[in-house]
Design a protein around this ligand. Structure first.
Ligand code: ADP
Length: 490
């Protein structure tokens, strides 16, 4: 059954229509050029005949000199192959030669008019006078015309001639167009029959090819309908397919691979979230159960409440961080960017960092090489970004350490680096520290662990500002986090 809205149908219709158009135009061109050539050849033939007739009459008159009788005889002899020779004795030697010349004209089938200067017929062939009147203005021109006479189509030449000693005359020869028309009709018939046959075959093979080309698409559809979130392992096979379809199959398989990765990531992420929330909940549950076993004094209840509050705060922080990450990564439209001076923000952060770092006797320095550094961004998010980095630097740097904050401009970008003299990050962990919930496993158990979301938030804020972040670190020597953000267009 034909499906009219299918690609296969549309391809075959389009292909057939284009081919049909090309065939019609090409056939019309061939037909018209044949028409022109045949008429041109016929006109040439008529021209030669009329010119030779005039030449033959002229040669007769050249020998005998012009006289009305000789002229009429020559014309009648040439046109009708009859008439009495008025100068028999004079031309005896030439007679045979001239007669032989005349006899070679094959004019039996043609209509011939020999008209005088007043356009009155002097001699007409046996086929009868052709009713063709030329206008006086056209008398001295060679004319070709197609006329209809006695239900026949004729091609006519009207050739003006003049003879030495004589007047101006017009020779008209009309010959049948039947062979030409027959040939043209035959060609037209061939065209009319062959075009529909060619189009039928073309549409049949077009559909066949379209089906062959689109087979892999059907295969993709089948595979796609078999894919569920439980099984994303199926792939479409791309053997023996055309290049473009191979691209489609590859793109489809790549998409499934990415989806598989995403599903795996979501599963891992959910288990991470569950695990992170499970620990504080287990602590709250345990502490509460222990306290309920027997009556406790007020101090013990206070301690229990403090532990529970800390765990609830930890959970709240994780949930808030996750909500922020979702907002940063998937809801860009709610962010309102404004132009502001990053130097001013960094000076502010520096002042607060000094207070935080002083608890561990860590020195914080600020080195700004430009007075002003205008960027387009979300002030509160950028504050969060730099605080997360400084917070980590303080957390992972031992007492009396040092943290350097620098800002410089380069190539329409602003570069902020936060370097510390802390414990550093092992090489194998550097590429993973921006992953959600990733924490570096340290031998020193006194190191305080966070949720592993801090650097994910940093990276999302940097991306949101079309910037870049990279890390260099050396174990037990320190780490540098370098953030690059484009300057605002003036
Ligand atoms: P957390 O909340 O655990 O600090 P982050 O995402 O902020 O999580 O950091 C991921 C890991 O990267 C941390 O567990 C830590 O081991 C490492 N890290 C981050 N910043 C530093 C730093 N300045 N020095 C050493 N290690 C760092």
């Amino acid at each position: 059954m034909i499906k009219f809205n299918s690609v296969r149908f549309k391809i075959s219709v389009l292909y057939t229509a284009i081919l049909g158009l090309i065939l019609v135009v090409y056939s019309a061109f061939l037909y018209l050029s044949l028409h022109y050539t045949l008429y041109d050849e016929l006109d040439n033939e008529l021209n030669i005949k009329a010119s030779e007739m005039a030449g033959t009459i002229s040669s007769y008159l050249d020998v005998l000199g012009y006289s009305q009788e000789s002229f009429i005889f020559a014309v009648r002899r040439v046109i009708c192959l009859e008439g009495e020779n008025p100068e028999q004795d004079k031309i005896h030697d030439l007679e045979e030669l001239w007669f032989r010349m005349v006899d070679k004209f094959d004019l039996k089938e043609d209509h011939i008019n020999f008209l005088n200067s007043k356009r009155q017929p002097i001699v007409c062939s046996g086929k009868g006078l052709i009713p063709f009147n030329i206008k006086p203005t056209q008398e001295d021109k060679t004319l070709f015309k197609t006329i209809r006479y006695e239900k026949r189509n004729l091609r006519l030449i009207s050739l003006p001639v003049s003879f030495k000693g004589g007047d101006h005359y017009i020779i008209q020869i009309a010959t049948s167009l039947k062979p030409v028309i027959h040939l043209l009709q035959l060609r037209l018939l061939h065209i009319v029959i062959s075009i529909p046959i060619i189009l039928l075959l073309a549409s049949f093979f077009g559909r066949l090819f379209a089906r062959r080309i689109l087979d892999p698409v059907v295969e993709i559809t089948k595979t796609a309908s078999n894919i569920t979130h439980e099984d994303l392992s199926t792939r479409v096979k791309a053997e023996h397919v055309d290049e473009e379809i191979k691209y489609l199959v590859d793109a489809f398989n790549d998409m499934i691979s990415r989806l598989e990765e995403s599903f795996k990531y979501i599963a891992e992420f959910s288990s991470h979230v569950a695990h992170e929330l499970k620990t504080p909940l287990a602590i709250i549950k345990g502490e509460t159960e222990v306290s309920m076993r027997k009556e406790r004094n007020i101090e013990e209840y206070k301690r229990l409440n403090k532990v529970n509050l800390e765990e609830v705060e930890r959970m709240l922080k994780i949930i808030n961080d996750l909500l922020l990450l979702t907002r940063l990564d998937y809801r860009h439209e709610v962010l309102k960017f404004k132009r502001f001076d990053l130097v001013e923000l960094l000076k502010d952060i520096y002042e607060q960092s000094k207070v935080l770092a002083s608890q561990k006797d860590i020195t914080v320095t600020l080195d700004i090489s430009d007075d002003q550094c205008s960027i387009n961004g979300e002030r509160s998010h950028l504050r969060r970004l730099f605080f997360n980095l400084i917070d980590n630097a303080i957390k992972f740097t031992s007492k009396n350490g040092k943290i350097d904050i620098t800002l410089k401009k380069r190539d329409r970008k602003t570069i902020v680096s936060i370097s510390d003299t802390g414990i550093g990050i092992p090489d194998e962990d550097i590429s993973k520290i921006f992953n959600r919930f990733y924490r570096v496993d340290r031998i020193d158990k006194n190191i305080e662990y966070g949720s592993g979301l801090g650097l994910s938030i940093v990276q999302s804020i940097v991306k949101m500002h079309h910037g870049d972040i990279h890390v260099t670190s050396q174990l037990n020597k320190g780490s540098s986090f370098i953030v690059t953000i484009p300057l605002s267009q003036q």
